[in-house]
Design a protein around this ligand. Sequence first.
Ligand code: PLP
Length: 490
Amino acid sequence: MCIIFMQMENRSYKSLISFKDAQASSDVYAPLVEAMSAYKANPCVGFHIPGHNRGKGVLKNFSSLVGEDALNLDTTDEFDNLGTLFPSSGAIDEAQKLASSIFGSKRTFFLTGGSTIANLALAFGLTCPQDKIIIGRNCHRSVLSGMIISGANPSWLMPKKLDNWAIYGALDPVDLREQLEKNPDTSLVWVTNPTYEGVVSDIEAIARVCHEFDVALIVDEAHGCLWNFSDVLPKPALKCGADAVVHSLHKTGGSMTQSSMLHISKNSRFDVHKVEHALKLLHTTSPSLLLLTSLDAARAYLSSDTGKAAIENAIDNALYFREEASKIKGVRVLNSMNNVAFDVTKIFLKVDGLSGKRLESILELDFSIEIESASDEGILILSNIGNTQGEFDVLLNALRKISISNYPDLAYLEGIKFMPLTAPKVVMTPREAYFSKKERIKKEDAIGRIAAEVIALCPPGISVLLPGELIAAEHMPYLSDFSEIDVLVK
Ligand SMILES: Cc1ncc(COP(=O)(O)O)c(C=O)c1O
């Protein structure tokens, strides 16, 4: 233990004094990866959590399944001189600083509870009961949970509807301006960009409007963490004037599932300490070092030459696939002809005669192809840094076969299901409704009552109804999976 400690002390000290040099060559330097390598190479006799003690106390079949190294490296902060997350120290601190430098933030937090924990902490730390907040209605449910925790009073910015695709499009800065003019006491604007299907809003214009009204801007850029590393991709929100930005590095950035980053921008109006305090209250006190290390590795990889080449490759594969897929009879790909700005690596397509759900099941059952998601209308395919062009050829061949196979699909005839995009009728805040007395009633009897639960269609998890909103006849088609729902007692 002592030997390791001394070695790690030296390494850590050297790393800190050479932090500036490390920034210059941050493409190869990954302090947490190094610290974990030293931890692996210098095992000590451990009497601490996790109790399996480097994999010795687990089912053999499990350790064979995941590999001995996975359990050997499954540890948490505070031990073996790997650093701590809250407060930030040691190799974890260095790794966060390098990420902050690469993403261009004032402060970057590593998180092991996904972007969900980032959204919860932003709501909890930065908003108070009854604060007026404008939120893009296509936000993730974690933003809504944040509203329930904080008691803030959201009003909704409705995205444009892409009629032929049955998906939400961009948020309009003009609509935002109108809403801010009507509600000058708004304290915060919170938008999601890109949409799940890759449609991009003009965040620079949105930030300009926010700044004009002296209102802070949070951008949930969960699906856009690669943008920082390629000029071909949309401009990242940290460079567009956002005050805080959320990145699910685990979604497209190559880190492990559940690992995310929360950035506070250089000129942010937010108090970093308030955010950190909220994170301390909400975040696990036993962060997985494997997940934290995977964030460090992802940052180092994405900023390395090989990582950048992998991103360019993902873009090239996407462009190749888009072109080839558009040549297949009956296949339609959402593209710039549809008057939208989008992230090319997210490919939304539909096939004539098939609903998205049916197409998904055909791809899975008959071709062993797993896509990102499916809706009634189409499917979403991601061109990732881990995909090869050969894999896209497999998908293209499958689509070619499907296009000449006459697969039947009754659901297709039922037509496109849009989520209701009329402004919700808000009767009370989500928190007030959440903590009010509720009853469960038949869906048919719910019209005219106030919703007491979040009803969101997954994917992409966008809300049809929120606690505190009036239920109307237009919501009924979207409640087909429910026979009963929670409403407030009259
Ligand atoms: C826009 C958006 N924000 C936040 C989240 C939550 O992210 P995580 O799964 O990393 O907790 C998601 C998840 O899908 C999302 O789509």
